[in-house]
Design a protein around this ligand. Structure first.
Ligand code: ATP
Length: 598
């Protein structure tokens, strides 16, 4: 079933420093209000459930005074039947309210998680570089679940326990207001500890969530880098680091549990005082015969029955601090906005395939400058190569072209239109990129090729597999193109992954093709065969290729040589060799290496 759309979907998150009030209003308007029908029903049922407790203790008075006191067994069936009826009502209401609340809470958590992911996916690459996947997974999963736990307790606390308390107190007051006052004698003692605990628990809860994020990060890094862990015999080291995080979590959990348990324990103490006071006051009156045993028993049972609801409400104060810490973290994430300033309706290139150009582009990651006045043009429909030493900024060029980042100054233009004047979606639709890591998803090869697009024929898939020189090995796999790629494509070799990634890029059939070391894992023969096929495929597209093996880009229409964030040489292979500059040096070095290797 699809979730109903939230009317207040775009409600901005509150300033998370502004306290809990705005946060609660935001959570209500954005997540709970759409469920208000079901919530009201659950609340009503819980009110009925809660009021049965008062009724139950009320029934004890006729039981003691009319049945036991007068010895009339005739009323036994009546009182017994009424008490059984109350328990039956409790059974039904408890079942229904729990099921209803579970449904609402699952829907709320699902909506929160879905919206959080959609929001995070809009954020800059920088955000994902600064925040580890583990910590983000923990926020999307762990924090939303923590919030879910708290509001269920709040709703059921108010619905069931508050109503039960009101009912029980009404019974108590109706029997004797002075006894009731005596029962409440220790309550003021709760005020100061509650205020101190509030801050203590909030601090512990935030610490705990951060530690949970670290735990998830560590696990993610270990399983991601399992090969490096094993080859470098890091098992003991990684286990020790993980153990250190776990022991911090154990300590934080214990402290948080202590903080949570303090209030209910104080409630126990105060109830003890209350019992003592009532016994001293009421017990004497019953012994003296001024009050009946039935009255005392009804009052006493009302007090006993308040015990659990009061404890639960005491626990809720602590629970709120824990849930609120997560709610703050979630709202803070929703408050982040992408730094891209793109127009609502962007410009589109008139001519496809487009020319690509950089004009005096500066860009850096944080304080570290990477591109320092880069200028070059890749002609429309031609193959241009970017070469140069490692760290020169070649991959960064692809990031700017595809809008993963925007230039700090200067202009990156596609068909003469500055990328910052284009819609981000429109910009990305122009490119198919194969990056160095050739990332595949844990789906079948076919799904990895189509990426969820419908209407792609088997013939089209066969054609791109053939061009990418992948048809051969895919044909030998037991399930062909339906073979699972494994987590991050781990069922395939590096070279096979690269060929699938190239086939995927070809299938997207975009006007621009970006290849970043796309064939680095292939053997020389496969690479040469692929180069020929790709030259065919590149017809009618603007192709930008990053390559370290200069031999693979000799036939490029133009080669841009980059060094330290600038284009230091430009020309064809022959022209650059003739210049005798950086390119000629790099080429000579590689030629020597290859010559020596042979
Ligand atoms: N996410 C990042 N955060 C910080 N610095 C980065 C980031 N990505 C790249 N850099 C830095 O930017 C510089 C250029 O990186 P880039 O990947 O563009 O170089 P490259 O020329 O493609 O290198 P290679 O040939 O080794 O792939 C490097 O010094 C690198 O350390």
């Amino acid at each position: 079933m699809t979730l109903p759309d939230t009317p207040a979907r775009d409600l901005p998150p509150p300033d998370t420093d502004a306290g809990d009030g705005p946060l609660v209003r935001w959570f209500w308007a954005r997540y709970l209000r759409p469920e208000s029908g079901l919530l009201a029903l659950a609340f009503l049922i819980m009110v009925i459930e809660g009021s049965t407790l008062g009724a139950l203790s009320y029934m004890l008075e006729p039981l003691f005074d009319r049945v036991f006191g007068s010895g009339s067994t005739g009323a036994l069936w009546l009182v017994g039947g009424a008490i059984f009826g109350l328990f039956a009502v409790r059974a039904i209401t408890s079942l229904t309210s729990k099921t209803l609340l579970a449904r609402v809470s699952q829907r709320v958590a699902a909506r929160m998680q879905g919206q959080l992911l959609a929001h995070l996916l809009r954020l800059d690459m920088r955000f994902f570089q600064d925040n580890s996947p583990g910590a983000l997974i923990e926020r999307v999963q762990g924090d939303t679940m923590a919030v879910q736990g708290i509001w269920i307790s709040l709703v059921s606390g108010i619905g069931r326990d508050m109503v039960a308390l009101i009912g029980l107190f009404a019974v108590a007051v109706s029997i004797d207001p002075w006894w009731t006052l005596a029962a409440l004698i220790g309550t003021p003692l709760l005020i100061l500890p509650a205020a101190v605990l509030r801050r203590y628990l909030r601090r512990k809860a935030i610490h705990l969530r951060n530690q949970a994020g670290e735990r998830a990060t560590r696990l993610d890094e270990i399983f991601h880098g399992i090969q490096a862990v094993k080859l470098n015999r890091m098992e003991a080291h990684q286990t020790a680091r993980f153990d250190a995080i776990l022991s911090r979590i154990v300590s934080a959990e214990t402290k948080a549990a202590f903080g949570r348990a303090v209030l209910p324990s104080l409630v126990d103490l105060i109830t003890g005082f209350g019992f003592l006071a009532v016994l001293m006051l009421g017990g004497r009156e019953v012994a003296a015969g001024t009050r009946s045993t039935g009255e005392f028993m009804a009052f006493f049972s009302a007090m006993v029955l308040t015990f659990q609801p009061i404890r639960r409400l005491g626990d809720m104060a602590g629970l709120w601090q824990i849930g609120a810490a997560s709610l703050h973290r979630i709202a803070a994430l929703f408050g982040l906005q992408p730094s891209h300033c793109r127009p609502a309706v962007g410009q589109m290139p008139a001519t496809l395939p487009p020319a690509l150009s950089f004009a005096d582009v500066h860009f850096g990651y944080g304080d570290q400058p990477v591109l320092r006045g880069l200028s070059f043009t890749a002609e429309a429909g031609k193959l241009t190569a970017l070469v140069g030493p490692s760290g020169a900024g070649k991959s960064t060029v692809f990031h700017l072209l595809t809008g993963l980042s925007d230039p700090a100054s200067g202009v990156v233009a596609i068909d003469g239109i500055a990328t910052t004047d284009m819609g981000l979606d429109d910009q990305r639709a122009l490119f198919a990129a194969v990056s160095q890591d050739a990332a595949l998803f844990d789906e079948s090869l076919r799904d990895n090729l189509t990426l969820g697009r419908q209407g792609i024929s088997a013939g089209q898939i066969d054609a791109v597999l053939a061009t990418a020189q992948a048809a051969g090995f895919v044909g030998t796999l037991p399930q062909g193109a339906d073979t699972p790629a494994g987590p991050r494509g781990s069922n395939l070799s590096g070279g096979q992954r690269q060929r699938i990634a190239i086939a995927r890029a070809l299938l997207r059939d975009t006007p621009v093709l970006l290849l970043d070391e796309a064939t680095s894992a292939l053997d020389a023969a496969s690479e040469a065969a692929l180069a020929t096929a790709m030259a065919q495929a590149a017809q009618g597209r603007t192709t930008l290729v990053i390559a370290h093996r200069l031999a693979t880009v000799r036939s490029a229409h133009r080669i841009i040589v980059m060094d330290q964030g600038r284009a230091v040489e430009t020309g064809t292979h022959a022209e650059l060799l003739a210049q005798g500059g950086l390119y000629a040096n790099l080429y000579a070095l590689q030629f020597k290496d290859e010559g020596t290797a042979q």
